[in-house]
Design a protein around this ligand. Sequence first.
Ligand SMILES: Nc1ncnc2c1ncn2[C@@H]1O[C@H](COP(=O)(O)OP(=O)(O)OP(=O)(O)O)[C@@H](O)[C@H]1O
Length: 262
Amino acid sequence: MIEVSALKKRFKLTKDHKVKNDEKKDPREDKDYFHSVRDVSFTCNQGEVLGLLGPNGAGKTTTLRMLSTALNPDDGQIKINGIDVVKKPLEARKKIGFLSGSTGLYGRLTAKENIEYFARLHGMNKQAVKTRCEELFDMLDMHSFLDKRAEHLSTGMKQKTNIARAVVHNPEVIVLDEPTTGLDIMTTQTVISFIQSIKAQGTPVIFSTHHLDEVELLCERVSVIDKGITCFDGTISEFKERGCSDVLNNAFLTILKEQQGV
Ligand SMILES: Nc1ncnc2c1ncn2[C@@H]1O[C@H](COP(=O)(O)OP(=O)(O)OP(=O)(O)O)[C@@H](O)[C@H]1O
């Protein structure tokens, strides 16, 4: 279970940033800081998939980076199966599988070698690595390119390798930042099926996306962030009700407009 409450994160503004943004000031910007995440809360239970939505720059990646321990929150709480992520980051990190947009692979290693390398970093023994890798190669349909060097992989192949790398240690919770961005339809379908299998195993998954068709297919819960503040957190049916539409895109736009007072 993932519990996030009243999360906050601000970044110190550089001189350059202040000058560049002088004309179009974001309400999150004060004299010295940009308050990227101001008040974010949500929960995701066992066997649930939560879709994290929000316009560009809303604070989704910043939130997910705090969940993954890559960033320290300024305030608020994150609990992963009862473990406080801020107080016990090392313990929490073992429980989380995190795919970020900037996750890197070693170009000179093959797809398979990359995944095995990260498995060993997690302290997995030879047999556990073999069994888990075979499972992931099947689930993500990776057999045709396992022996290609990462530097020669297509975008979709790289993303599958990154996903396998992120979850190779069998994490208790999975956090994916825009896992299907830039992927073709077939690869997107494979990633969606993969998330469905994880969900069927009871592992909670949080993923950020701009694709509401994926939310319809995968999610029990939705959380919407606008300008660093959670403006909706609930089930899909509550989302449709609040947004006055069964069409998720329309419901999303209604909720955002309401938040922005448009
Ligand atoms: N290190 C940083 N320093 C200053 N501002 C930052 C920093 N990191 C993020 N921000 C700002 O915080 C805001 C939220 O960024 P974030 O990447 O979390 O948004 P997002 O919801 O993931 O957007 P997108 O959908 O475009 O990926 C943005 O305005 C971004 O410019």
